[in-house]
Design a protein around this ligand. Structure first.
Ligand code: GDP
Ligand code: MG
Length: 170
């Protein structure tokens, strides 16, 4: 029906930030302590009901390593939404997330809904990236920001739900 929407969504971010774990949590409700690293990219789909509409997410979970960087445009081109993931225990992963945001601002779909996920929020005692820094950065750049944990499920459904609500309706 006219209330059904398909939305291509891409996850970008440093290797090890937890992209695959967030997808596994969202799609299957599971978490693996030893999640295998992604080769190239992996595809998943999941449907969410939002108000009177149904959003079918077509999710591309990318690898994140620098050697796969040249493949990234294949996944973010034409994407309606992106989740840029960093690990709150890694300043380097936050710097890398900012690079992805810059690249999407230059090369991505201008109407793309972008969310910044500070993942591994369960590891508070090892935190390196203050939530306030990320929130300020997200505000400056028009991103939706939330801290997540694929391990505890904190804010995982919520981030996809918020994105679904922000998608332009036909
Ligand atoms: P990716 O390379 O971005 O896809 O990262 P993975 O999903 O493969 O996760 C890398 C490692 O971090 C794995 O060992 C996961 O179990 C772990 N991990 C992912 N998300 C979380 C989280 O929210 N909390 C904790 N404590 N560990 C996580
Ligand atoms: Mg992965």
């Amino acid at each position: 029906g006219h209330n059904n929407l398909n939305a291509k969504l891409v996850l970008l971010g440093d290797m090890g930030a937890g992209k695959s774990s967030l997808v596994l949590r969202f799609v299957k409700g599971q978490f693996l302590e030893f999640q295998e690293s992604t080769i190239g990219a992996a595809f998943f789909s999941q449907t969410l009901a939002v108000n009177d509409a149904t959003v079918k997410f077509e999710i591309w979970d990318t690898a994140g390593q620098e050697r796969y960087h040249s493949l990234a445009p294949m996944y973010y081109r034409g994407a309606a939404a992106a989740i840029i993931v960093y690990d709150i225990t890694s300043a380097e992963s936050f710097a890398r997330a900012k690079k992805w945001v810059q690249e999407l601002q230059k090369q991505g779909n201008p109407n793309m809904v972008m969310a910044l996920a500070g993942n591994k929020a369960d590891l508070e005692e090892r935190r390196c990236v203050p939530a306030e820094d990320a929130r300020a950065y997200a505000e400056e750049n028009g991103l939706f920001f939330v801290e997540t944990s694929a391990k505890t499920a904190q804010n995982v459904n919520e981030i996809f739900y918020e994105i679904a609500k922000k998608l332009p309706r036909a």
